[in-house]
Design a protein around this ligand. Sequence first.
Ligand code: NAP
Ligand code: HSE
Length: 439
Amino acid sequence: MSKRTIQIGLCGLGTVGQGVWRHFNRMREELEGRLGTKVVLARASVRDLKKARGVKVAASKLTTDPLSIATDPSIDIVCELMGGTTVAREVTLAALSRGKIVISANKALICAHGAEIFAAARKGGGHFLFEASVAGGIPLIKAIREGLVANRFPRIYGILNGTCNYILTKMEELDTPYASVLKEAKRLGYAEAQESLDVEGWDTAHKASVLAWLAHGVWVRPEQMIVEGIERITPADFKNAAALGYGIKLLGIITRDFETDEIVVRVHPTLLPEGSVLAQVSGVFNAISVTGDVVGTTVYIGRGAGQDATASAVISDIADAVSLLLHGKGAHLMGEEGPTVPKGVRLAPPERIRGRYYVRLTVADLPGVLARVATIMARNKMSIASVIQSPSEEAGLASLVLTTHESDERSMRRALRALAGLSSVRQKPLLLRIGDLGD
Ligand code: NAP
Ligand code: HSE
């Protein structure tokens, strides 16, 4: 056993921070045995010292100033578990510039400031570890960076947000609107402090951005992606999807065509064939399908959010960090810069994003309406595959669900704008994509 005692500071003692505190201390002796050194959770920061917490922390260890932890010379490893992109960024950069190891669960921060953070780590001689930032307890970052290092990745896609998967599962099972399920997801500690990040798809976009960087070495910002959330999905959409043989999942999808060197990163609710592996993944679980050109397709499933799953990932980074400090080992095979950015790689334009679509329209239940809808689809070269008409809850209105044959994003968006402009279409159309992704 090394004589050195490694000191860890936790910036943030909320859902994730308390999980790390509890599980690390419960496992401490065993972890120390495995790591060959003493490791202590020496300090923690919070916003409100008076708040009741599920773990006991001596008052002498607590502060309201996270920067004081990041700059404390006795602290070797800083875990940034606060969230947000302002104080979290300052804390991260301050620690990295002092050569410390920073562990983060903060995908919003990495997506917004990843390039700056990795540059700061390189300059300051620190390291930035982020296993908990994507897919909760699933060791997906390690899988892509280390286990699959022999591969290039034409396709990575999956369920990346536990809150949304929990909400969609409950909506389908209980036939209940999303707002009532969201409360439960918050109570269970799955949702972001700002819940719109989850339900509007931004959290999935942040994670997709991290994965795109890991796999392809490029930072794709959410504004450059298609990002659609789950807020407008209703229990009726699950019934329509089931009638067509599909379930509905919010997916993050990253594809790269190595011939044209075009990348597409998108986030949207997707109709998945009922028998596919991902369609069966329910509740807070995440599931990610990673296709490598050497290995073929691999699939990873596990809890994607919540205190325990996320603590598991943070503690795995703590173990890597201790190993780095003691031996310089545990360094990631691809380095912390990500893969070399290939020259010429660019985002694919909408006309080259192809797929099949599900469109739900709430229309006046009058003669000629279906014909007008069909005309607009035809004018935009959208070929209709099926139509389901059912009565709407409102008298005089009907719900019209169209599915299409394969087309492209540009044509579909044009058609959608034209449909929304029809006087007989009474609500903003809902667009879902049909995923023929395989597993
Ligand atoms: P949380 O429950 O809201 O906890 C945040 C903690 O940080 C609290 O202890 C809070 O203090 C403290 N804090 C927040 N802003 C601060 C500031 N400006 N200055 C000082 N302290 C501040 O959040 P969480 O769910 O643990 O999430 C933390 C991070 O992990 C986020 O980046 C999130 O995206 C990520 N993450 C969460 C999960 C999950 O399942 N929850 C999973 C993976 C990743 P008080 O306690 O005094 O309010
Ligand atoms: N709010 C996020 C989710 C936390 O529900 O997936 C895990 O990153």
